[in-house]
Design a protein. Structure first.
Ligand SMILES: Nc1ncnc2c1ncn2[C@@H]1O[C@H](COP(=O)(O)OP(=O)(O)O)[C@@H](O)[C@H]1O
Ligand SMILES: [Mg+2]
Length: 246
């Protein structure tokens, strides 16, 4: 009930296997850092969990409900996707105001106007951008847009938050705010969070546990301290100590 589990997962593109996971377990309420070289399959893993990518085989247990990932229909996927929110590396803003961009998910869920307004304003406050609520979202700076993308994810109060290198193109000021919001949200709601990052100090700051993906496999998984201080596999040692040649 209190876990996200993946079993017997295989993803192929054009006949090439890019992700193979016998079993992965994520405890509810923890923050996981996902690291690994480029092309290791990190984004594919999050996209599969978010039901954006169909594997050739695989089962997911999401907090008590089991889904066969390879046969799932669009209709079946909607209620599962609504338990999750995804923030990608590059924010995509709709041609609308900041307020409307953040409100989007709540409108899909058919909340009433007052509730939407209250929750959107609270989310904008969290990301410290209340003053921009009437601005056209497409005119935002990169850092602002990414914080709005985070507000848009958090306003839906997801059970599972999926972050794919969300701060990779942000400056230190925006990274600090972004991390603070994630930590605050996690403290308040204990949202299970999976975060891909190339920023190892960031994984150390935020994650309770980390996974190392290498060549489409989970090569190592451990609590964050052990992961960085005593990596077991040679690949993770090379990665952590900057010796990995991709
Ligand atoms: N839609 C796609 N079609 C073909 N190959 C893909 C597609 N998406 C990802 N890949 C390939 O799958 C592998 C894993 O990609 P990805 O999950 O994006 O890696 P990472 O996020 O770790 O950098 C890469 O070799 C990439 O080229
Ligand atoms: Mg990626």
């Amino acid at each position: 009930m209190n876990r996200l589990e993946l079993h017997d997962l295989e993803v192929t593109f054009g006949g090439r296997t890019v992700l193979q996971v016998e079993q992965a377990v994520f405890e509810r309420g923890r923050i996981y850092g996902i690291v690994g070289p480029s092309g290791a399959g990190k984004s594919t893993l999050l996209r599969v969990i978010n039901l954006l990518e169909k594997p050739v085989r695989g089962r997911m247990d999401l907090f008590g409900s089991t889904v066969d990932l390879s046969t799932l229909s669009y209709r079946q996927s909607v209620p599962i996707q609504r338990q999750m929110a995804f923030v990608a590396q590059k924010p995509s803003m709709f041609q609308a105001t900041v307020f409307d961009n953040v409100a989007l998910g709540l409108r899909y869920r058919k909340l009433d106007r007052n509730q939407i307004s209250m929750r959107v304003e609270a989310a904008l406050e969290q990301v410290e951008l209340s003053h921009l609520h009437s601005q056209q979202a497409q005119t935002l700076s990169g850092g602002e847009a990414q914080r709005i993308a985070l507000a848009r994810a958090l306003v839906c109060e997801p059970e599972l938050l999926l972050l794919d290198e969300p701060t990779a193109s942000l400056d230190p000021y925006n990274i600090t705010i972004f991390e603070r919001v994630i930590q605050m949200f996690h403290r308040d709601r204990r949202t299970t969070t999976l975060m891909i990052t190339h920023n190892l100090p960031q994984a150390k700051r935020l994650a309770d546990a980390c996974l190392f993906l290498h060549k489409g496999r989970i090569a190592e998984q451990a609590d964050t301290d052990r992961f960085f201080q005593r990596p077991v596999s040679e690949e993770l040692q090379d990665f952590v100590f900057g010796r990995m040649i991709c």
